[in-house]
Design a binder for this molecule. Structure first.
Ligand SMILES: [Zn+2]
Length: 269
């Protein structure tokens, strides 16, 4: 009798869990990612949650380094999907995980509450054109903009500028990138580069990860600052090909650890 009652309880609970799982489209995460436990590794859903947190850390790092305040944004491609994470239209220093939205490559919010940045088309245009890009930052940093005002082409003349960025051309069109057509034009102008400058406006920086994109944004600004300082006292001298061949490839691990340690204590809403 007791065993019979226990068995019926088990059946009721099992059916309830099955229904719950069905209505929640069990395993469907953001952007359609499937929840699949893998032996000894994080599930895709855990990876997606970790990516959201990383995006917030990236926002805070850009803010800490005065590259975005109060305007600017960073996005990340959701793995194995045609959707991206980007926050609602708030200052990057103020966003939290709750502000992260899922946006399709037409720039439309498909998951989450709120509207995103009017310049989202800059992101979607580049994601559509570049399969190797999984994170994009848009900054409005002082020294990079100052170079464009003085009509000075960016010249990667310090170590990290060459290791992390390389060439960054200036897009002369004035104004913001608020249509998909402009987003596609930006992507075409960017080509295979890691960054470009917008005249009198800011910069866009791309990379395969949130970490590398964020660190590239920091070094782009630092390189622009040093180039302006060098220009003020003399004529900046570019790397020779022999000098540049001695530089190691970019590795964002240490700078990401350094900068994220400065903001990770401050991620609560
Ligand atoms: Zn802008």
């Amino acid at each position: 009798m007791v065993v019979g009652k226990m068995m019926s309880s088990v059946w009721v609970i099992s059916i309830a869990l099955l229904l719950l799982c069905f209505t929640a489209q069990c395993g469907q995460g953001a952007g359609g990612a499937q929840l699949q436990e893998q032996d000894g590794t994080r599930s895709e859903l855990e990876e997606v949650d970790a990516l959201k947190e990383k995006l917030i850390i990236g926002n805070r790092i850009l803010d800490l380094n005065e590259l975005v305040s109060p305007y600017g944004h960073i996005s990340a491609r959701i793995p194995n999907s045609d959707r991206i994470f980007i926050t609602s239209a708030k200052s990057p220093g103020l966003v939290t995980v709750e502000d992260v939205l899922v946006v399709n490559l037409d720039g439309e919010v498909v998951e989450g509450e709120g509207i995103t940045y009017s310049e989202v088309h800059m992101h979607t245009g580049i994601y559509k054109a570049r399969d190797d890009v999984n994170a994009i930052a848009h900054t409005h940093s002082d020294y990079a903009v100052a170079l464009t005002i003085a009509d000075i082409p960016f010249q990667p003349s310090m170590n990290q500028a060459l290791q992390y960025i390389g060439q960054a051309k200036t897009w002369d069109r004035i104004g913001t990138i608020t249509t998909s057509e402009l987003g596609e034009q930006v992507a075409e102008f960017l080509g295979a580069d890691n960054a470009l400058l917008f005249k009198r406006h800011g910069a866009v920086i791309v990379g395969p990860t949130v970490e590398l994109t964020t660190i590239r944004a920091i070094f782009l600004e630092r390189a622009a600052k040093l180039q302006l300082l060098a220009t003020a006292v003399g004529k900046p001298v570019p790397f020779t090909s022999e000098e540049s061949s001695r530089l190691l490839p970019a590795n964002p691990s240490r700078p990401w650890q350094y900068y994220s340690s400065k903001v990770s204590q401050d991620l609560a809403p």
